[in-house]
Write a protein that binds this ligand. Sequence first.
Ligand SMILES: Nc1ncnc2c1ncn2[C@@H]1O[C@H](COP(=O)(O)OP(=O)(O)OP(=O)(O)O)[C@@H](O)[C@H]1O
Ligand SMILES: [Mg+2]
Length: 271
Amino acid sequence: MFDTQTTKDTPTFAHRRNSPPIMTVRNLSLHYGEKLALDDVSFDLYANEILAFIGPSGCGKSTALKCLNRMHDGARDVRIEGEILMHGEDIHGPDIDPPLHRRRFGWVAQKPNPFPTTIFDNVAYPARLHGLTRNRKALKAHVEQCLRRAWLWDEVAGHLMVKIGTDLSGGQQQRLCIARALSTKPEVLLMDEPTGSIDPIATQRIEDLLVELKAEQAIVIITHSMAQARRIADRVAYFHLGKLLEVQPTEAMFAAPQTAEARAFIAGKMG
Ligand SMILES: Nc1ncnc2c1ncn2[C@@H]1O[C@H](COP(=O)(O)OP(=O)(O)OP(=O)(O)O)[C@@H](O)[C@H]1O
Ligand SMILES: [Mg+2]
């Protein structure tokens, strides 16, 4: 069930481009109190793609990501306008159960937020919640696989049941959160700078993992690394002061950004 080995016939974003998008965002605006943080944002998310959000700090990337799985629900002073559809259905519609909606997503936050429980329970909890494993043995195998994929297993295998997630180093916590996000094999993975505090070797492993995972999932990743976006993204979305100024296939975005703002940002980051 959790085996996501890629094969030669693995569907790719290019293959699926003619399929309808998984998610459609139209004219999305968001206010935090008086502050307009997203201004008329529209984009699509397709199956089997990695879509990277880039742009200067404070431009609205995290805010936009959180809209997709309704992470702003319950936040005071947040006002959302516009439309977000998932498989054609309005995610704010009356038939949508917000917790069930959120369970379709894996979420890796900008700041690692492991549960204050054992390493094992951090990864096992979502699988238990979804009823994904039949017995303890299957659950243990599943937890091991998630930790291996997040490149954390070797560092924690000896103390899975005793060490508390919040007692790990920053980079280990981030990889634990990645393992937790993988635990339910979500339809869409939302990752806010998932390798921000991870060393280069583990970063490369995580990037390889994401490219492998897109055979079965759509991934939206926020990154401040243009090199990372270039290596793994199929398309890149450039945000600026709350606006989504352009979305382009990765090659095109880096070869010839359409807007002066994206051009200057990319040139500054690459230079
Ligand atoms: N909870 C909040 N309440 C009020 N304003 C907020 C809140 N969260 C974000 N903002 C503001 O909204 C704007 C967009 O923030 P957001 O976190 O989406 O930026 P970002 O592009 O993710 O930046 P970074 O690259 O630094 O993470 C910023 O001006 C920020 O100060
Ligand atoms: Mg952010």
